[in-house]
Design a protein. Structure first.
Length: 460
């Protein structure tokens, strides 16, 4: 999601000055269907298809693209992990095209788009992250960042592959960040104009290999780069604290811009019972992160379901399709493999979530009503729109000056009530809906509501 300084979301607590008789409610996404939308159906996919990869939606063509890992626990390396490619027109029914690029058991009729045997001596890959840049040179329109390892000597590093179409990839033998991995995320932060890579604490793997092993806890660190070549860091972003249960680890964190600030998926791993769910975390500047609720945003399936052990979103921002956000997610019905990987091959599938655009969290009022006042914000457009669900209630908005004083013509008495469910409900007063006279000024919003939820606002 691009950085949008005009979009103010109420999942970010610093947007609010005063809240009376309203509660922040977090919006959990719904499963589009309870069954997986993608499962291993081909011999080369082994026991698992995994969203330790990337999903992309092209609004110009209406086509969904998915790069995912396929795990073959019973195969010798480098065939233990492959990158496969699939497409869809609705995010639910997926096509696995015959790409004809890599041979599998004597045939090229498969959807494998990358296999590590093409890049010796590196013989293992993890978490392929695909970045799509329409402004890049055609040969580099798609960039895949992968973690790779020489298993025999525990040598590991990250690499960048390039492609003009997302299917035909060129390997560049230029390793970087050789002290971290394996689970990671890589994004481009358009607010700062730089790439971020988040992974485990540096030297974690070396600590584990020490004799005797040094105790380790998975946490989240970040590296930054202007060009995917030169990197600075690491900087600690998230680690478990005393309020977390014993044996809590943070398996990974995917950060993204959300409106005028940041939001992230935090993979919460309870190592004691080997379960993993996903929480939401927020940040105003991208450097200091908060866990506001500490409960699952994406929770595991019911006992015995295909996703009853682990659940985690794909490594990309939500896919915006009209007024919906779609989130492919990985689910598994097996615990962490650990040292017994070949004895207990993982069983992973891919599901799909959906929720209303930008509806991460709301301020909600009951039948007795409530109100809130925002912190000052610059009017950057000629109209004000609320993301609001007031289908069974009403919401009214007054615009105040930055010190809280009334502005003539924009009070509650002049406000036209909003009584509908809309992602962008334009706010009107008796004099109309134009804020042109206030453009460039800093103002506060005083919102009253009953039986309604307000998710955020935008100057449009």
């Amino acid at each position: 999601m691009p950085y949008d300084p005009s979009l103010h979301l109420f999942c970010h607590p610093w947007e609010l000055q005063t809240v009376v008789h309203m509660r922040r409610t977090w919006n959990r996404p719904a499963r589009v269907q309870m069954a997986p939308v993608l499962a291993p159906t081909e011999p080369w996919e082994g026991t698992s298809v995994v969203t330790w990869g990337t999903a992309h939606y092209d609004p110009a063509t209406g086509l969904f693209k998915l790069w995912y890992e396929a795990w073959n626990a019973e195969r010798p390396q480098p065939l233990v992990s492959l990158v496969c490619y699939a497409t869809s027109t609705d995010g639910v029914t997926w096509d696995k095209p015959d790409l004809g690029l890599f041979e599998w058991e004597g045939s090229r009729a498969n959807n494998i788009c990358w296999m590590m045997r093409e890049s010796a001596p590196w013989d293992y890959l993890d978490s392929p992250q695909v970045l799509v840049d329409p402004q890049a040179p055609e040969s580099e329109r798609y960039r895949m960042v992968i973690y790779a390892r020489v298993a025999a000597i525990r040598r590991h590093a990250f690499f960048v592959l390039t492609s003009p179409d997302g299917m035909h990839w060129t390997w560049h033998d230029e390793p970087f960040l050789t002290e971290t991995g394996d689970r990671f995320h890589c994004i481009y932060d358009d607010r700062r104009g730089e790439y971020w890579l988040t992974s485990r604490r540096a030297d974690l793997d070396r600590d584990f290999a020490a004799d005797p092993p040094i105790p380790r806890i998975r946490s989240v660190e970040r590296w930054r780069s202007p060009d995917l070549r030169e990197w600075s860091g690491p900087e600690i972003l998230m680690r478990p604290d005393d309020a977390d249960p014993v044996d809590t680890e943070f398996y990974s964190m995917y950060p993204m811009t959300a409106g005028n600030a940041y939001l992230g998926y935090l993979e919460f791993y309870d190592r004691f019972v080997e379960r993993l769910h996903t929480e939401l975390v927020v940040s105003r500047d991208g450097d200091h992160w908060q866990r506001l609720e500490r409960t699952p945003w994406l929770d595991r399936g019911t006992e015995g379901a295909w996703d009853d052990m682990w659940v985690f979103p794909s490594s990309n921002d939500p896919l915006v399709v009209g007024d919906r956000m779609l989130v492919p997610f990985g689910g598994r019905g097996t615990a962490h493999a650990g040292r017994r990987y070949r004895m207990r091959p993982a069983r992973c599938r891919i599901g799909l979530l959906e929720f209303g655009r930008d509806r991460w969290a709301a301020l909600t009022a009951g039948q007795d009503g409530g109100e809130f006042v925002t912190e000052p914000a610059e009017v950057t457009g000629d109209h004000l729109c609320l993301n609001v669900d007031a289908e069974f209630g009403d919401v009214r908005v007054a615009v105040l000056n930055e010190h809280g004083g009334a502005l003539e013509g924009f009070g509650h008495d002049e406000a036209v009530p909003i009584e509908r469910d809309a992602i962008e409900a334009r706010v009107c007063w008796d004099t109309g809906d134009s804020l042109e006279a206030l453009r460039g000024r800093r103002v506060r919003l005083h919102v009253t509501a009953a039986r309604a939820s307000v998710y955020g606002y935008r100057f449009d």
